[in-house]
Design a protein around this ligand. Structure first.
Ligand code: FES
Length: 195
């Protein structure tokens, strides 16, 4: 009796599984991927900030001149250099390689001292060595790439091309934005240190 019942239940279960396995199921299909559309809509609806915020750009917000407006003249036009555009010529990066002076930069945490030309940022120099250097905007508008120059006031050792984050107090404590910092003297720096 028990064997017959067990056999019957087993057969029923097996048949149920077989029927479910070969059934066509529902006609549900995944919807169209609209994530790009949603992101574009969001980028268009988020107002630009009036302060440095690198993530603002990541969702389609302001570029350099948009997020941080420069000074305007009487006609309301941006003055040269204030919007980042046209400022490239003022950058130490414009110095020709064969004319650029070279300085010794000690990367304390990496345990190495390397030669860095005055037309190369501290960040680029570290990356060229294959080191994993922190950064985000690469435009002096966040603090991700900050480092600490152990020798004194940062601007006695580097020229910041577009520093929009560090004030005099931080600079005098030796903090620098490595993505826009070009060496002007031999220096030692601890990377990944922010004020
Ligand atoms: S990476 Fe943003 S300031 Fe250097």
């Amino acid at each position: 009796m028990v064997d017959t019942l067990g056999f019957g239940l087993g057969l029923l279960f097996t048949l149920t599984v077989a029927v479910l396995h070969f059934s066509k199921g529902t006609s549900w299909r995944p919807g169209e991927d609209i994530s790009d559309e949603v992101m574009e809509h969001r980028a268009a609806s988020v107002p630009e900030t009036s302060f440095p915020e690198p993530m603002n750009r990541s969702i389609g917000g302001g570029a350099v001149g948009g997020a941080i407006p420069g000074e305007t003249d009487a006609e309301g036009e941006l003055e040269a250099g204030d919007d980042g555009a046209g400022a490239a010529d003022d950058s130490p990066a414009a110095i020709a390689d064969d004319e650029a002076e070279t300085f010794e930069v000690e990367f304390v945490k990496e345990g190495e001292t390397i030669d860095v030309k005055e037309n190369t940022t501290i960040l680029e120099a570290g990356e060229d060595e294959g080191w994993d250097m922190p950064y985000a905007c690469r435009e002096g508008q966040c603090i991700s790439c900050a480092g600490h120059i152990t020798d004194g006031h940062a601007e006695e050792y580097v020229e910041h091309h577009t520093n929009q984050m560090l004030g005099e107090a931080e600079l005098s404590d030796g903090y620098t934005l490595t993505c826009v910092a070009y060496p002007t003297a031999d220096l030692s720096i601890e990377t990944g240190e922010s004020p």
